[in-house]
Design a binder for this molecule. Structure first.
Ligand SMILES: C[S@@+](CC[C@H](N)C(=O)[O-])C[C@H]1O[C@@H](n2cnc3c(N)ncnc32)[C@H](O)[C@@H]1O
Length: 271
């Protein structure tokens, strides 16, 4: 934060993913502890800022695809993050002003800024739920969700750069399964996830070591582990790829390398 004074209920001494990501994206809504954690991660993976920017671009291309080509008009964005340029409702409502979006995040700092996520078009709607991905029932039963989305109709579940905060012992597949059961046929899931797969063997231990030192629990996943999230779903072309190669706007020579970004992305349809 520019004043470094924390709003009530926010612990500025502990690094948080939303504020750290805001720092990498060039935002001002972060504290010294977040910046310190961000720099520790960057010392093991110096292109982390580029990775955050490319992740954000994937989010926008995926939402545009879902609204324009898949005809989706309802979005549930879990791990929404601090408001940034091109939030989900802005992209979706640019295509279809009647789009309805529910944002979810477990970081109280996002709640403080949620007003900026709630400037819906008059034809559509936006709402915010302060909840944790590890409590899918709380998300699904939140009045802000049930009053905004009709889950008997196709909905896009968005988990962009969020699932890697769910560690091995927290049943990431079970949590996604519970959310997926609530989605009607024709719904979609859009996800991105950090991976070590694109890095040469000799760099991997350094990345993990710095992640561990950074104070934010983090779970890298392989291509096989990421692909497992989509078991039983129909992957939309081009399937599981690096986020930079998923329906890119830029020609190959102008895109960052898959190694520098080190993040998988995919969109899949619920049959
Ligand atoms: C790296 S940011 C990504 C933000 C946004 N999805 C994007 O791609 O621009 C990850 C977000 O997930 C949130 N998050 C992390 N763990 C979460 C959990 N267990 N439940 C809900 N949100 C979570 C963080 O607070 C943060 O805002």
């Amino acid at each position: 934060m520019s004043s470094e004074r924390a709003p009530r209920g926010i612990d500025p001494t502990k690094a948080h993913p939303a504020r750290r990501y805001n720092y990498w994206l060039g935002g001002k809504d972060n504290f010294a502890a977040d910046r310190e954690s961000a720099e520790i991660v960057a010392s093991g993976f110096p292109t982390i800022r580029l990775s955050a920017l490319e992740n954000r671009k994937f989010l926008q291309r995926a939402v545009r695809h879902l609204a324009a080509e898949a005809g989706i008009r309802q979005f549930l964005d879990i791990g929404a993050g601090l408001p940034s340029a091109g939030n989900v409702h802005e992209v979706a409502q640019d295509v279809a002003p009647e789009s309805r979006v529910v944002y979810v995040d477990n970081d109280p700092i996002v709640l403080v800024h949620a007003r900026a996520l709630l400037n819906s078009s008059p034809e559509g709607a936006t709402a915010y739920v302060d909840a944790d991905l590890r409590e899918p029932e709380k998300i699904l039963n939140a009045p802000e969700l049930t009053e905004t989305l009709d889950l008997s109709r196709p909905t896009a579940l968005i988990l962009v750069a969020t699932m890697h905060f769910i560690t091995e012992d927290e049943d990431a597949y079970g949590l996604l399964g519970r959310l997926r059961e609530a989605l009607a046929p024709g719904s979609h899931i859009a996800m991105t996830h950090a991976t070590l797969d694109y890095l040469p063997e000799e760099r991997r231990a350094g990345v993990i070591e710095n992640d561990e030192k950074s104070g934010v629990p983090f779970q890298m996943r392989t291509r096989t582990e990421f692909t497992r999230f989509f078991d039983g779903l129909e992957l939309v072309e081009p399937g599981v790829t690096s986020v930079v190669e998923w329906r890119p706007d830029d020609p190959p020579g102008e895109r960052p390398t898959v190694e520098d970004v080190s993040m998988y992305g995919a969109v899949a349809r619920v049959p």
